[in-house]
Design a protein. Sequence first.
Length: 267
Amino acid sequence: MNEFRLRIYEQIINKTPGGRTSFFNKVCGVTIFISICFAVIVTENSIDYQFGDQIDLLDWIVGALFCVEYLCRLWVAPLEGKYGKGWKGILRYMVSPMAIIDIIAIIPSFIGVRAELKILRIIRLLRILKIGRSEKFKQSIFHFNYALRSKSQELQISTLYTVLLLLISSTFMYLAESSVQPELLGSIPRCLWWSITTVSAVGYGDSIPVTAIGKTIASITSLMGIAAIAIPTGILASGFSESIGVQDKNQKELNQNDVPMTEFNSN
């Protein structure tokens, strides 16, 4: 039994040869994806009316799988040093943030939600929080935080450029269009809304220049807006690349340090 418990623990913490995703975590990932898909499509009235009962049955199955996962994590919690041993370790795990997220994801499956309480089905989307358990998700968050920290100065300069572009373009547009379109572009805050949608390339079209000068300003703003989007994108991409490079370098150093010890022990 202890050997089986240890194997379950290794599957949960993803301790597999080559660092590949364990079978346990693969099943959990697929289950989470399927459950989120069901929670999304059931908000469509026609699908809910035609396949509501079948989706509810599948949702119960998903909820049962989540329960099995939760019980497995409770069972092996004492094997993880930070929670302690025995029942104390289980109780400490039950009040941990990840365990609470698991409970939040499980409960909606067993709430009797029918037409009159259909809005409560949206609660099932809380299962998306379980994605936070994914090792790849954790790594992506780490790389993103590294990129923000290591490139903070460059991002500040990029932000300053964007803010200045928005203020200058909205000011010039106010001077060019305020007398012609007082309702749409009659103040700098209104022009600022136009500038934001133009720089971000969204362009809602609710306020557009009609004068030749205004169109010229809009054209220049659109062209300069490309840099406002491209610069921070390039900075973050560089930060991501550096973070992955640092991680690979540390892994190689760790592997090199393990080789001599292995050879020494074999001798």
